[in-house]
Write a protein that binds this ligand. Structure first.
Ligand code: FAD
Length: 520
C-alpha cells in the first residue's frame, strides 16, 4: 500500500484518522467507487475507538435526556451493525436491578415504562422483549447481584462488540473495496492550490519518509484531536470538541458470574453504570470527566476508580477493591461543544457534527461507534454538497458485510477460532512469564493468531497485537506484560530484522504496567 503513495498516485478522497469514524468513511467512499486513502498516525483504533464500553446501543440514557432522534437512529444502526458483522457483534441481555421499597414502588414501574418506549422505538429492529423480573428471576438472570434488599429487576436487550477488532475488520473491508488504509502514517500538513486544499503531506512514522499526496477531498476524522488538524488549516477556528474522559475497570468473571450485563440507571452523580461480561472478564464503567489535555494514553484519576468501585460494589455480592482490578483504562469522548456556554459534559450532545472549512477541509467529530456507518454517509453528503467530489448514491454500506463475516444465513464459526495451523505455524498457546518465573497460558490466544495479525492485520508492534488484535492489555495487564517477550519473538520471525523485538516488548511492558492500579 505504501508503494501506491510512492507512485505519486492521486486520490479522490483522503481520510485522516483510523478510528471508527475515519474507517467508516473509508469503507463507504471506497464502496461507492472513489479512490480512497486513509492514514492513521498510530495504530487503527489506538485512540478512543479501542476504549469504548463495547455496546452497540440506542442509548437508554439519551432517551432519559429526551433525545429521541438520536436513539431512534442508533437503534436502526444497531441492527445493521449486528447484521453486517455477526462475528464481532452480538445481542446481549441487560438486567436493571431494583432495591428496597423505593425500587419496588418507583424505580421498577418507571424504568419498565422507559425501556418499553426504548423497545417501541426500535420497531422491527428489536433484539428481544422487555421483561419484568421477580427477585428470584433477577438473580437467575444475573447471578452475582447483591441479594440483600433486591426486590426484582427488568431485562432488556442491546448489542455488544469488540471495538478494536471491529476497527481492523473495517480497515480490511476498506482494502477489499480497493482503498489504501495505512497505520503509522501521520498527516503533517496540507497542500494548497490558491486557497483550496488539494492534497495532504504525510509522514511515514516508521521511516520518517514524507509523501505529498494530491487529492480532491480531505476528511479530518481525528476524534478528540480534530481541532489540532483544523488549526493547521485555519489557526483562528473555534474548537468543535469538549473532550470527556471515561474510565473502565476490568475484574474477574467471579466478581459478577453472569451472562447478562447489569445497568445501574442512576449513580450518585446521575450517570448510568454498566457491569458487562466480555471475553471471560467483566468490564465496569464508566465515568464522564472533562479533560482538556489530550494524551494518547489517558490514565484514570483516583476519584474515578473509587467511584466505579463504590457504585458497582453496591450492586454486586462479591466485595470489590483495587486488588480486584486486572486492568484500568480510559478513553476520551469527542463530545460536540455547545455553540455557547459549557459546563457539564454528561449533558453534551452525543450527536456528530460535520464542518467544511473555507479551504474545503471536511471535519467530522462526535457521534458514537454504533452510528459510525450513518456518520460516514453524512460526511460524504457534505463532500457532495460542497462540490468536492461528484455525487454517488448512498446506502451501499447498509448491507455490506465486513471481512470475516460469514455469508448471510450460514452458521457462525466462533470469533476466537484461530486460522489453520497449516498456514500460520503451530496452534501452540502463547505463554506469559510472570515475576518469580511463574508461567501462564493466555487462554484462546495462539502463536498462529500473532502470525496472522502480523501478516494480514497490519500489526507492527507488540502493543498492536496485545492491545488491539487480541485484547489482553484491557483484560489482564499483568498477564499481557508477561506475554510481551513471547509475542515479540513470533513477530520478529514474521517481520524480520527491521523489527526490534526487545524495544517493542520493553515499550509494551512499560505501557501494561501503567494499566495496573497502584495500591491506594
Ligand atoms: C469511555 C467511552 C465509552 C464509550 N462507549 C461506547 C459504546 O459502548 N458504544 C458506542 O457506540 N460508543 C461508545 N463510545 C464512543 C465511541 O468510542 C467514539 O465515539 C468513537 O470511538 C470515536 O471514534 P473516532 O474515530 O471519532 O475517534 P478516534 O478513535 O480517537 O480516532 C481518531 C484517530 O485519529 C488519529 N489521528 C490524530 N491525529 C492524526 C494525524 N495528524 N494524522 C493521522 N491520524 C491522526 C488518532 O491516532 C486516532 O486513532 C465510548 C467512548 C468512550 C470514551
Amino acid at each position: 500500500m505504501l508503494a501506491r503513495l510512492q507512485s505519486g498516485a492521486a486520490f479522490d478522497v483522503v481520510i485522516v484518522g483510523g478510528g471508527a469514524t475515519g474507517l467508516g468513511v473509508a469503507v463507504d467512499a471506497a464502496a461507492r467507487g472513489f479512490s480512497t486513502l486513509l492514514v492513521e498516525a498510530e495504530d487503527f483504533a489506538k485512540g478512543t475507538s479501542s476504549r469504548a464500553t463495547k455496546l452497540v446501543h440506542g442509548g437508554v440514557r439519551y432517551l432519559a435526556q429526551g433525545n429521541v432522534t438520536l436513539v431512534r437512529e442508533a437503534l436502526r444502526e444497531r441492527r445493521l451493525f449486528l447484521d453486517n458483522a455477526p462475528h464481532l457483534a452480538q445481542p446481549l441481555p441487560f438486567v436493571v436491578p431494583a432495591y428496597g421499597l423505593r425500587g419496588r414502588l418507583c424505580e421498577l414501574p418507571f424504568y419498565a415504562a422507559g425501556l418499553a418506549i426504548y423497545e417501541m422505538l426500535s420497531g422491527s429492529n428489536r433484539l428481544g422483549g422487555v421483561s419484568l423480573l421477580g427477585r428470584r428471576a433477577a438473580l437467575d438472570a444475573a447471578p452475582g447481584l447483591e441479594p440483600d434488599g433486591l426486590v426484582g429487576g427488568i431485562r432488556y436487550w442491546d448489542g455488544q462488540f469488540d471495538d478494536a477488532r471491529f476497527a481492523v475488520a473495517l480497515a480490511r473491508t476498506a482494502h477489499r473495496e480497493a482503498a489504501v488504509a495505512l497505520n503509522y502514517c501521520r498527516t503533517v500538513g496540507f497542500l494548497y492550490d490558491g486557497d483550496r486544499i488539494e492534497g495532504v503531506s504525510i509522514e511515514d512514522v516508521e521511516t520518517g519518509h514524507r509523501y505529498d499526496v494530491p487529492c480532491r477531498c480531505v476528511i479530518n476524522a481525528t476524534g478528540v484531536w480534530v481541532d489540532r488538524l483544523r488549526h493547521l488549516d485555519e489557526p483562528a477556528a473555534t474548537d468543535l470538541v469538549a473532550p470527556s474522559q471515561g474510565v473502565h475497570l476490568v475484574v474477574d468473571h467471579e466478581c459478577f458470574p453472569s451472562t447478562s450485563a447489569m445497568l445501574v440507571p442512576k449513580t450518585a452523580d446521575g450517570r448510568v453504570l454498566f457491569a458487562v461480561p466480555w471475553l471471560g472478564k467483566v468490564i465496569l464503567g464508566t465515568t464522564d470527566t472533562p479533560r482538556t489535555d489530550l494524551p494518547l494514553e489517558p490514565r484514570p484519576f483516583d476519584a474515578e476508580v473509587e467511584f466505579i468501585l463504590a457504585e458497582a460494589g453496591r450492586r454486586l455480592a462479591v466485595p470489590l477493591s483495587r486488588a480486584s482490578v486486572r486492568s484500568a483504562w480510559a478513553g476520551l469522548r469527542p463530545l460536540v461543544k455547545p455553540a455557547a456556554g459549557g459546563g457539564d459534559t454528561k449533558r453534551l450532545s452525543r450527536e456528530h457534527v460535520v464542518e467544511v472549512s473555507p479551504h474545503g477541509l471536511v471535519s467530522v467529530t462526535g457521534g458514537k461507534w454504533t452510528t459510525y456507518r450513518s456518520m460516514a454517509e453524512s460526511v460524504l453528503a457534505a463532500c457532495f454538497a460542497h462540490g468536492l467530489v461528484p455525487e454517488r448514491p448512498a446506502g451501499i454500506t447498509r448491507h455490506l458485510r465486513l471481512v470475516g463475516a460469514p455469508p448471510p444465513g450460514s452458521s457462525l464459526t466462533p470469533l476466537s477460532a484461530p486460522p489453520g495451523p497449516h498456514l500460520y505455524g503451530t496452534e501452540a498457546p502463547v505463554i506469559a512469564t510472570l515475576p518469580g518465573a511463574e508461567r501462564m497460558i493466555l487462554p484462546g490466544f495462539s502463536e498462529a493468531m500473532v502470525r496472522f495479525a502480523a501478516r494480514h492485520e497490519a500489526a507492527r508492534t507488540v502493543e498492536d497485537v496485545l492491545a488491539r488484535r487480541s485484547r489482553w492489555l484491557l483484560l489482564d495487564a499483568r498477564l499481557a506484560a508477561g506475554a510481551a517477550g513471547a509475542v515479540a519473538a513470533i513477530m520478529r520471525d514474521e517481520l524480520g530484522d527491521r523489527f526490534d523485538a526487545a524495544a517493542s516488548a520493553a515499550a509494551f511492558v512499560r505501557l501494561a504496567e501503567s494499566y495496573l492500579l497502584p495500591p491506594s
